[in-house]
Design a protein around this ligand. Sequence first.
Ligand code: C5P
Length: 295
Amino acid sequence: MDISVKAPAKINLTLDVLHKRPDGYHELEMVMTTIDLADRIDLTEISGGIQLESTSGFIPFDDRNLAYRAAALLQQRFSVKKGVRILIHKEIPVAAGLAGGSSDAAATLKGLNKMWNLGLSTEELAQLGLELGSDVPFCVKGGTAIARGRGEHLTPIAPPPPCWVVLAKPQHGVSTAEVFGALDLAEKRDQPNLDAMVNALEHRDFTGVCANLSNVLEQVTLSTYPQVGKLKERMDTFGAEGVLMSGSGPTVFGLVSRESLARRVVNGLRGFCRQVYAVRMLGGLEAPLLDKIRT
Ligand code: C5P
């Protein structure tokens, strides 16, 4: 059986770091939402082992890859003797703050659950996903949610109103561990207003969503990579209605209500940033993301 699974990216509408935990991770409170920029994972059953291939040369093909680790985890935990060939059609920029690697892992878990008839629930897949990375549980579930803890305690909330998301990824990638490592929790920071964001989402208030975009990691990444600040300014100048860095960065996104405005912002970034995308929000999508099964 061959299975194709869609692996969409996420953006953070808010991100707050509450404190550092004894286990070394940070206690987070954030609003995440799925966007229509997706990798595609093709899974083909083979007699044994794990083979990974990708259309991108920028990702590892061994157990440093989260999709590879997802397959290895299922094989080990459920004594699966069969193997899989994983082909990752990469669209989501790498090391970008968009959870590309986590989403590939989540899609692999979902696809192999079907292919190997493991019968695991979404909740069980999300719990397994947490062993791979903090963003994997959200990627298993998708939609729009408040994420707490490391990112695994998820409360579904109203999706953003329909709009366009323009994304600009600076040439360099960013290590999440380094960004968290450089965060000084003793320093005063502008904390997101979670209630105001949730309220804006519930009322489908696009202006309110834009006004409450906030990410405490932005200042940390921006101080090392000034291009993040320049991209924000440029998006703002060309008419993005709300602008923020996603996750630990360095991708900057701009929210725009109209397609014509999205085009204007994209044009404004020409010659300034090579990786630019304009996609739609997917935050309300509840349907499972398996889009094709061939037997
Ligand atoms: O969980 P994941 O492997 O994606 O996290 C990568 C790194 O980001 C961790 O090793 C840790 O340094 C940092 N992190 C954190 N607190 C979180 C999530 C990630 O400190 N809640």
